[in-house]
Design a protein around this ligand. Structure first.
Ligand SMILES: [Zn+2]
Length: 506
């Protein structure tokens, strides 16, 4: 991607105004309250982590929801369950004020990934404190103050996504203790089935549209930037994918008798893949980029102003060099075509001198705004046909085989597919939020147009019509979804100040 560097640098400077001299009053109040209440905050967090919250275990989920409603009520929020009659309930809470400048909705999820306790160094549902990550030899320390801010609490959902619940409750208590009033209306929406793909999110939003109305949605989920600096993200990529199977003869053939004559499906498949994507990751499918929304100058400037992590990642990940010359923040702004897996024949002790009957590849697509799954499906299938294949969607029958064309079976059923989302950086509420966060972080706020992963955020914009920004609070190395999930205490402390500022300075 070509960048206009002069203009972008100027915009980058505008995005990062010089650091203000004094601390924000609400941040100072939040810090003071937290320092006097660390034991209580940790105890409250650990009680919440002790409640198993796998989405499919309905009774567990309800116990979590009730526990959270009580926590919210204690912090002066009106809180209740939201239901649609299907799936897990959401928890809704609000604290509204007279003369609010705007209404901010905070999205959190209270369900967690399933666990495999054998992989954990301690019981995932019995939180413990350690002085470092397990991988770094962290050893258990008593869960009693005084706490070192580098210590971490281990337990399922510590980072993903129960920390924001505790941080928000603490921020509200801190503001109340200092007599500082909110300037924005606060609403909270806690999804109870995010880790199960939020199947009921659209129905939930539609059923409770008036209740959930807000000027800005803040998606408080996911890890923060690797630099540990506060990160505000404006979008996510969409997700789609397919399996493609190409066919050779209808029975395995002797490679001596038939090699060089009978088509080899593994070769057909690898050639097909090579026609879809070059070695720098650029997608070669005609029309694939037709819908892509160009980056604005502000978005390009935000990338240029963010710290480079490529060299650190290259060292950490043990790779020789990236596929592309683009820095990673720019690379993830392009659509992606990832080869998820490939299957045919066997290797090592399973190899045989035969020509296989078929070969299958599983391909994942990462979408950017404004690509749609329907359009891409058409582009992919047209591309496969242009490579000389006949596209089918079921197992080939005699009639297909009689067509004297190579056959490619394309199956889209395994991945639902949904579009990407990217909020406008010049939305007035987004601008106010980025200004206060930058002030809180002494000009060190990182802003990026998208994260690499996918979340179905487009649903929120589609139903609610409000911009959605992602404001993660968990440490990047929180092991979310894996064993030994953890939250670094300093991240919890910082989140309390972040929320206090959002509630009072926007
Ligand atoms: Zn999450």
């Amino acid at each position: 991607m070509k960048l206009n560097h002069g203009l972008i640098l100027i915009l980058g400077l505008m995005l990062s105004p010089p650091a203000p001299a004094e601390t924000l009053a609400s941040a100072a109040a939040a810090r003071e309250w937290r320092m006097a209440n660390e034991q209580g905050v940790v105890d409250q967090f650990s009680a919440l982590l002790r409640l198993p919250n796998v989405a499919r275990d309905k009774a567990d989920i309800l116990a979590n929801a009730q526990h959270i409603i009580t926590l919210f009520q204690d912090a002066g929020l009106q809180a209740r369950l939201l239901e649609t009659g299907q799936g897990n309930p959401a928890v809704y809470a609000e604290r509204l004020v007279e003369g609010a400048t705007s209404t901010v909705m905070v999205y959190i999820h209270y369900d967690g990934q399933p666990v495999n306790p054998d992989d954990w160094a301690s019981d995932p549902w019995q939180p413990v404190m350690r002085d470092a990550m397990v991988e770094a030899g962290g050893k258990e320390v008593p869960m009693t103050a005084p706490f070192d801010p580098e210590w971490r609490i281990f337990g399922r959902s510590a980072g993903d996504d129960k920390a924001p619940i505790i941080a928000m409750v603490s921020a509200l208590k801190a503001l109340d203790a200092a007599g500082i009033s909110q300037t924005v209306n606060l609403k909270l929406f806690l999804d109870g089935e995010e880790e199960a793909g939020s199947p009921g999110l659209r129905a939930m939003l539609e059923a409770h549209k008036e209740t959930l109305r807000a000027d800005l949605w803040l998606f408080c989920d996911g890890p923060m930037h690797q630099s540990r600096r506060q990160h505000l993200v404006y979008g996510v990529r969409g997700s789609y994918g397919f399996n493609v199977t190409v066919f050779g003869a209808d029975r395995p053939l002797h490679s001596g008798h038939y090699g060089n004559w009978a088509p080899n499906p593994i070769v057909l498949l690898t050639d097909l893949i090579r026609s879809m994507r070059d070695s720098s990751g650029r997608i070669l499918i005609k029309g694939f980029h037709d819908q892509v929304r160009p980056l604005t100058l502000e978005e390009q400037a935000a990338v240029v102003a963010s710290p480079r992590v490529d060299d650190q990642l290259i060292a950490d990940l043990g790779i020789a060099r990236p596929e592309t010359e683009d820095r990673i923040e720019m690379a993830i702004l392009r659509p992606g075509l990832n080869l998820r897996g490939i299957q045919s024949g066997g290797v090592n002790k399973n190899s045989r001198n035969a020509i296989q009957t078929s070969a299958t590849a599983s391909i994942g697509l990462r979408l950017v705004p404004d690509q749609t799954p329907e359009f891409l499906r058409q582009a992919v299938e047209s591309h496969i046909e242009e490579q000389g294949f006949r596209v089918i969607h079921d197992e080939p029958g005699d009639e297909d085989r009689g067509s004297l064309q190579h056959l490619a079976r394309v199956d889209w059923s395994s991945s639902g597919g949904y579009p990407a989302y990217r909020a406008a950086m010049d939305d007035p509420n987004a601008l106010r939020l980025s200004r206060v966060l930058n002030e809180l972080n002494k000009g060190e706020l990182i802003q990026t147009p998208t994260m690499g992963g996918s979340l179905p955020i487009y649903v929120i914009e589609e139903v609610m019509g409000a911009p959605v920004l992602i404001l993660p609070v968990a440490n990047h190395d929180n092991n979310q979804h894996g064993a030994n999930e953890n939250l670094r205490l300093q991240n919890l402390w910082d989140a309390i100040e972040t929320y206090a500022v959002v509630l009072t300075e926007m």
